[in-house]
Ligand binder design. Sequence first.
Ligand code: AHM
Ligand code: MG
Length: 315
Amino acid sequence: MTSLAQWLVAQTDDAALASVVTSMAAAGAELATVLRVAPIAGQTGLAGHTNVQGEAQKALDVISNDVVLKHLQTNDAVSVLISEELDEAVHFENQGAFIVATDPLDGSSNLDVNVTVGTIFSVLKSAGGLLQKGRAQVAAGYVAYGPATSLVVRIAGAVSVFTLDDRGEWVQVVAEAKVPETSGEFAINTARERFWDAATLGYVKESVAGETGPARKRYNMRWVGSMVGDIHRILMRGGIFLYPLDSETTGKGGRLRLLYEANPMAWLIEGAGGLSTTGRQGILDVEPTGIHQRVPVILGSAEEVRRVEAWYAKG
Ligand code: AHM
Ligand code: MG
């Protein structure tokens, strides 16, 4: 069995970079424990609650941010933390070689119903500054808190999947994840259909038309409502995830965040043989203009993403 530490040694000669991944994995392991007992501790939901002793508790997204911050600020390799929970980037005192961008608790609306949530992270070189394209990432990953706690991580090479065992160690379960080229599953919030652009509408209509339609196969729809849950399914068995630019999100540039949601997920999916796009350009080629910038996100099995791109090419 391969441990995370063994895998890291094989992936990179850069001990500082390996330590950043180790810190995020440690934050994920700690959060797995927090989340497992959160309803007993009165920590369910977004707003703070009281625990069984009647004491006020912080909201889980705030706790998650604090845990990630704690693990990174004690790591000399990290100079800056960008977090969905923090308006401004946090600059640490040391001159570490890496920047970490994170969504410490993605999908938090799923917390009250005990459905998978996750921690997403992206690692960049400090020398490149805060606003770098996704293609500049030197590592990325996520922790999915589901029936099992999974760590999915990539450092330039293959995408590897680890499971947290009952001693708190990460054990490799997939050495090289591969997103199947084709799939019959799509993930999109169909309640937003009235806001969709022509390309999204075209792709989904073509898909739901089934065997007799232009796509000539039957599709199923899945929507966890937590990006980590949807992307993990796509990584393991294929499919496509769409949060496109629609008429309601146009003014904001999209729904999901470029630096700590779209970029790390696109880099992982591409590392596993899938594709990613905004519809108009590769997600990893988008030039960021702000740390909390939003972007349209379409990613997953190559054949499905190409079919969406073909729709965008029409108009
Ligand atoms: P969050 O970072 O506030 O949790 O929002 C991001 C989430 C994603 O995890 C998920 O894919 C999407 O928002 C769900 O959107 P919707 O509310 O339209 O279902
Ligand atoms: Mg999020």
